[in-house]
Design a protein around this ligand. Structure first.
Ligand SMILES: [Zn+2]
Ligand SMILES: [Zn+2]
Length: 289
């Protein structure tokens, strides 16, 4: 028997056909006009006015190309489909349309190796945190430009923190943030990330999305870690970048190889939490000191 999840999927249109629909200014204007409308559905004549297309025949032709994929129609008029709203999101988040560069700024936390103030910058669609003293970047995360564009500089670190926390949550929970496929993880003993003894790699089976992380980062979603921070009045969702990312994994060690047991100690203001995980990253023991 074939996999039941595959039986329910039908391809609506080949990707080249779908994306060629969008290669027209009038159609993009229609999608944006539908997004900007306060009330939907929007009637044919109102939509024509909003999209500012004078020729009814032309308007009808281009609207017809969008219906069924990016635009839905009922008796009262037109609205965006989920696919149409995703196009608006892609326009607004700037992935395809914007370029933002932000010079290095201090993020209010120090390098765990040398104590210097860490600096973040944004270029080539990547949010990068570096220590000005140590050469290696301590964090590198792909980011749509729209996440930072239009926000005051003092909010960059907080905004980046929330974004990274949310995106990483998909990955940690086995969902690819790029294509929604299945993510698998593997423990590496000679990791490229941060020169740690033990690292973690995530791979998407569908789109080949690849990410490197640490066991400590993976465990930042474990309730015991969240509770440790909460006990000190710190919301880990808000302070992820500032108080967690650089300090965890200094104390990650292999307890045993067969079976594999990895110990991660999270230290916070004199409190210690040790979590021991197996090869599937399930927590099998925990100690609060
Ligand atoms: Zn340093
Ligand atoms: Zn993927």
């Amino acid at each position: 028997m074939s996999d039941s999840t595959e039986q329910d999927v039908t391809e609506r249109l080949p990707p080249e056909d779908v994306f060629s629909i969008l290669g027209n200014e009038t159609r993009i204007d229609i999608i944006q006009a539908l997004w900007q409308a306060e009330n939907t559905p929007v009637s044919f004549s109102e939509l024509q006015d909003r999209a500012a297309v004078a020729d009814s025949g032309q308007f009808n032709y281009h609207l017809g190309k969008l219906v069924g994929t990016f635009v839905q129609r009922d008796e009262e008029g037109y609205g965006l489909t989920y696919a149409g709203r995703r196009i608006i999101g892609a326009i607004l988040d700037g992935t395809y349309t914007k370029r933002v560069e932000i010079d290095p700024f201090e993020i209010g936390t120090s390098c765990s190796a040398c104590g210097s103030s860490l600096e973040a910058s944004y270029e080539n669609d990547q949010f990068v945190v570096c220590c000005p003293n140590c050469t290696e970047a301590v964090l590198r995360f792909a980011f749509p430009p729209g996440v930072l564009d239009g926000r005051p500089r003092k909010e960059f670190a907080e905004t980046a923190s929330r974004w990274i926390r949310a995106q990483l949550s998909f990955t940690v929970n086995g969902v690819c943030p790029n294509c929604a496929g299945a993510i698998t993880h593997s423990i590496t003993r000679d990791p490229e990330y941060h020169n740690r003894e033990i690292g973690l790699e995530y791979d998407c089976e569908r789109c080949q999305h690849h990410a490197t992380a640490t066991v400590g980062l993976h465990l930042s979603y474990h309730p015991a870690v969240i509770a440790l921070y909460d006990d000190h009045g710190i919301d880990l969702n808000e302070e992820f970048l500032q108080s967690y990312v650089y300090n965890v994994d200094q104390y990650t060690t292999v307890r045993s190889n067969n079976p594999l047991r990895i110990s991660v100690t999270v230290s916070l203001l004199g409190d210690e939490l040790e979590l021991i995980v197996d090869e599937d990253l399930n927590v099998v023991e925990r100690y609060r000191k």
